[in-house]
Design a protein around this ligand. Structure first.
Ligand code: PMP
Length: 484
């Protein structure tokens, strides 16, 4: 298991405040612990790093640590460092209330600390988001959007929709799916609020507590707690350049099981599963009766040829195919869908109705307009071209700026470079250094249970010149850590 470490952001004590600096630091640390941002057992940075980050003397940090230790908040050990221990901190807090101890009692697990930090920092002004998995906002199709919205002005009502989502939209998605070789009826389609909701619906509706989900190692799924929060275990299966090594999935297993895969332009590795591997994987799963969740989030974003979805080979209703408008049109639309056997879709739709009464009707209408008018297809084709250019620019920039410091394979689609930093630099340190320089990274450890020396670099979000600037800063951060 990886060591959970506290991540320092660019917080600094306020020198103009009447409160002494050391007390401000105590408050800052206590608050992070109280709100659960820094969890019990987490390792604090070294005193030297804290002093540098807060821009104070080491002696100030020593005083802070002594005080926190006297409250029973932290414990120091010469070898292991200083750790957050126990929860006696609540005693010293005048703001202690009912929620202080109970706020995390629900079954859903807290997000990884690193991801919480990323989610917060993404909205800091001026930050360069070198890991963000969404298209550059400047690529948003404003004109098309305007046309779609105009149609919406003629709405007479905006009521709840049927359990599977708007019929016209499901018909349009069925037509769209045929172009990818998937034949289905509107009754086999459920509209969801993004594909993340589809994953949650599957976890709580189809899988028992003692079941197991297999997934690629590394995988986007490891960055979520949606499976584990439903009491289901997650087992990682390694990959090679052709995709998941499916024969490593045990042929026999007492528990019920399902496989989750992102065969096209995988998040985070960018790997696209070969046609042969898809076929072998499907046959293996059919033989051993292992259903497959095929997450097609990046399916549209191929640069050369469109891969055949596994769902298109599915003659025994084994595959649940997930789609989303998030990586192409807009994540804020919150529109996704599941294509699966009718009974599966009906079950998921029934649970969804109990959760939220359906995905936003406005979003469904807009997406319908995009599909029916052909604007969606046109925009996807524009995006493919744009992303391919950005990929080329990213590869050249990384090679020119970082040279031998890193290595990576060139993806044939999607948003990401799965970059290995050759030197033995801890990725959390690099994350902190880069953040201080105004660059937000996605360390590879988010996507795997093991420690990596990887970064998921996205070339989708930043404009080319911003990307170059961010990579130059990253280079400086690597250099400075190498010198330490
Ligand atoms: N699947 C994959 C592979 C993703 O990368 C993401 C977003 N990062 C999602 C699903 C979730 O997308 P959404 O819920 O916005 O459709």
């Amino acid at each position: 298991m990886k060591e959970q470490r506290v991540i320092l952001t660019d917080w600094r004590p306020d020198r103009s405040s009447h409160l002494p600096v050391y007390q401000q630091i105590i408050q800052y640390i206590s608050e992070n612990i109280r709100t659960g941002i820094w969890g019990l057992g987490y390792l604090l940075p070294t005193q030297r790093d804290m002093a540098a980050s807060f821009q104070v003397n080491r002696s100030t940090i020593r005083t802070v640590m002594e005080e926190l230790a006297s409250y029973g908040i932290v414990e120091s050990n010469q070898k292991a460092g200083t750790r957050i221990v126990g929860n006696t901190w609540s005693l010293m807090l005048s703001s202690k209330n009912y929620w202080t101890d109970t706020v995390t009692e629900g079954s859903f697990h807290s997000n990884q600390l690193m991801i919480q930090t990323i989610n917060r920092m993404e909205f800091e002004e001026g930050i360069l988001r070198l890991g963000t998995g969404e298209p550059d906002p400047s690529l948003f199709p404003k004109e098309m959007w305007g046309k779609a919205i105009t149609k919406l002005q003629r709405l007479d009502s905006l009521g709840y929709l049927e359990p599977l989502g708007m019929l016209a939209l499901r018909c349009a998605i069925a037509d769209y799916a045929v172009q990818k070789g998937i034949h289905c009826t509107p009754q086999q389609i459920l509209i969801t609020s993004g594909s993340l909701q589809a994953l949650q619906l599957i976890s709580v509706s189809l899988l028992g507590k003692d079941s197991v989900v297999y997934t690629e190692e590394p995988s986007y799924l490891n960055s979520l707690n949606v499976i584990q929060s439903a009491g289901i275990s997650l087992t990682s299966i390694s990959m090679d350049p052709e995709g998941i090594l499916f024969h490593k999935i045990p042929a026999v297993e007492k528990r019920s099981r399902i496989l989750y895969t992102i065969p096209a332009n995988q998040n985070p590795t960018g790997i696209t599963m070969s046609k042969a591997r898809r076929k072998q994987l499907y046959e293996y799963c059919a033989l051993h009766q292992i259903p497959i969740i095929e997450d097609g989030a990046y399916e549209e974003l191929y640069y050369e040829s469109q891969p055949l979805p596994i769902k298109a080979m599915d003659h025994s209703d084994l595959v649940l195919s997930l789609g989303t408008a998030s990586k192409t049109l807009s994540p804020g639309l919150r529109i996704g869908w599941v294509i699966a056997q009718e009974a599966v879709v009906a079950r998921l739709g029934d649970v969804k109705m109990q959760m939220d009464y359906g995905a936003s009707s406005v979003s469904q209408l807009i997406f319908l307009e995009f599909l029916q008018s052909g604007m969606y297809q046109e925009h996807c084709s524009f995006l493919r071209k744009e992303m391919c250019e950005r990929r080329d620019h990213a590869v050249i920039t990384m090679r020119n700026v970082l040279g031998d410091l890193v290595e990576f394979d060139i993806p044939g689609g999607g948003f990401y470079l799965w970059v290995r930093v050759k030197a033995a630099i801890p990725m959390d340190k690099l994350f902190e250094e880069a953040l201080k320089a105004g660059v937000l990274l996605n360390p590879g450890d988010i996507y795997t249970k093991d420690s990596t020396r990887r970064l998921r670099i996205s070339y989708a979000y930043l404009k080319k010149e911003e990307f170059t600037k961010a990579v130059k800063m990253l280079g400086k951060c690597i250099d400075s850590l190498l010198r330490k």
